[in-house]
Design a protein around this ligand. Structure first.
Ligand code: C2E
Ligand code: CA
Ligand code: CA
Length: 434
């Protein structure tokens, strides 16, 4: 008798894996191909969180039913637990059929779901493999579909992706980074780089943005773009963020000794840190330990869905702002950013993302948008920093549009702290650029 799953009525995980091995043998004998797709519903936790577990289970049952309806003869469909399903579908040996099959699966699970007269829209991420191209055994096909699924999630979800050999390499690297991130802090493999931010009116120094660097003894320099997301995922962002804050406070205290009291150093803060209980107090405590004014520190936050769904993050920001710490909104123009949020968040400063600045010296929509945003944001009493300024033409335009501050490779690369000290002495005499 087949082992069925009680929730979805589909064959259970173990049963599905052994059925898939049979299907592989069958397609081999018939000279066909087999598409194996892992289907993962994006952000499914939200359904359970907002509508309850019973409702979540109903949705999973419905998704299972829809997948079952897409199957052809000798196909298998199974729920693997959580919000993931597996589909194994034999297809004819002809061009483009794998893509059509996977797209049909994606469309089927993403049809709107009606709830109490409202329509619920869910998206899915799919990782797929094809027999014999991507693997010859059911185990190879499943493992590689998992790597492809992982990559499709890493790229933001809501997409289907066929396995590529680089997916396994990327997954192995991620696993290695994940396991070596924890000891990296105690092994002192991190350090900070400081990138200057200048006033456009007279070219004087506003301060620096502190950027974390990880020098791995074997893997070399690993970009924060690669490891911060992992640190957010496994909670290591909390001790890493605390280390960044301490280093910055140390630097600010040293600058104060040099007589530079008005320098602002900004640090990047993840929404995971903001949501952590006691984070705002720990920031104030650290500033106090080093005898610093809160206004010397700026926290750069990025807009994310987490920021808006969490009351803890919102109240942490208000509390910090109330205590005198500066708050800047980073990467404006990408991701979740919206003009409406400008009045909802307690920010003093907005950083326009480099992807916009890159195009302002061309005849582009970005040119019009950036000029407009600078105007509008100034009217709200918020400062603007243009980041990623690489060319003199860009700098000149920003100056013309009255953008108060600029940062980018043209003005200064991120520098190691020991190369900063001589600079600090001439900080207020940086040449005016136009
Ligand atoms: P971000 O906050 O947008 O930081 C600016 C990034 O732009 C830095 O990359 C910087 O080196 C780069 N950049 C600066 N000027 C230019 C330019 O003119 N052209 C171009 N193309 N790039 C420029 P980096 O250091 O690789 O940092 C990447 C991201 O990692 C940061 O983006 C930030 O989101 C994150 N990050 C860095 N340090 C920390 C940290 O301590 N904590 C957290 N949570 N995130 C961090
Ligand atoms: Ca930043
Ligand atoms: Ca940025």
């Amino acid at each position: 008798m087949k082992a069925m799953d009680v929730l979805t009525g589909l064959p259970c995980r173990q049963e599905a894996f052994s059925l898939l091995a049979f299907v592989v043998e069958a397609v081999k004998a018939q000279g066909k191909r087999l598409v194996v797709a892992l289907v993962d519903m994006d952000r499914f936790y939200r359904v359970n969180e907002t509508k309850g577990m019973d409702f979540g289970n109903d949705v999973l049952r419905l998704v299972g039913k829809r997948l079952y309806e897409t199957r052809t003869e000798k196909s298998i469909v199974s729920w693997l637990g959580g919000n993931t399903f597996i589909v194994g579908m034999p297809v004819e040996d002809c061009d483009g059929i794998e893509l059509q099959t996977v797209e049909a699966v994606k469309n089927a699970v993403e049809r709107p779901i009606e709830v109490d007269g409202e329509e619920l829209y869910l998206t899915s991420s799919i990782g797929a493999t094809v027999y014999p191209r991507d693997g010859l055994t059911s185990e190879e096909l499943i493992c590689r579909a998992e790597s492809a699924l992982h990559q499709s999630k890493e790229n933001g979800g809501n997409q289907s992706r066929f396995y590529r050999s680089e997916d396994t390499r990327k997954l192995n690297r991620r696993i290695r980074i994940e396991s070596e991130l924890r000891p990296a802090l105690s092994l002192q493999q991190f350090h900070l780089s400081f990138q200057p931010v200048y006033r456009t009116c007279d070219g004087s120094l506003r301060g620096y943005e502190a950027l974390i660097r990880w020098n791995h003894p074997e893997l070399g320099a690993i970009s924060p773009n690669e490891f911060i997301r992992i640190a957010e995922h496994n909670g290591l962002i909390l001790p890493i963020g605390e280390w960044v804050l301490r280093e910055v406070c140390r630097k600010l205290a040293k600058m104060k000794e040099y007589g530079l009291k008005d320098i602002i150093i900004s640090i990047n803060v993840s929404s995971v840190q903001l949501q952590h209980q006691g984070y705002p107090q720990s920031v104030l405590h650290m500033l106090g330990q080093y005898g610093l004014e809160p206004a010397n520190l700026e926290l750069e936050i990025t807009e994310s869905d987490r920021l808006y769904s969490s009351d803890a993050a919102a109240s942490a920001l208000s509390w910090l702002r109330g205590s005198g710490v500066r708050i800047a909104l980073d990467d404006f123009g990408v991701g979740f950013s919206s003009l409406v949020h400008l009045k909802q968040l307690p920010i003093q400063c907005l950083k326009i993302d480099k992807s916009f600045i890159r195009k302002i010296d061309l005849n582009s929509a970005e040119r019009i948008i950036v000029e407009g945003v600078i105007n509008l944001v100034h009217k709200l009493g918020i400062e603007v920093i243009a980041e990623g300024v690489e060319y003199g033409e860009q700098y000149a335009l920003l100056q013309r549009w009255g953008c108060s501050y600029a940062q980018g490779f043209l003005l200064g690369m991120p520098k190691e702290p020991d190369r900063l000290d001589p600079d600090m002495l001439k900080a207020s005499t940086v040449a005016h650029r136009s």
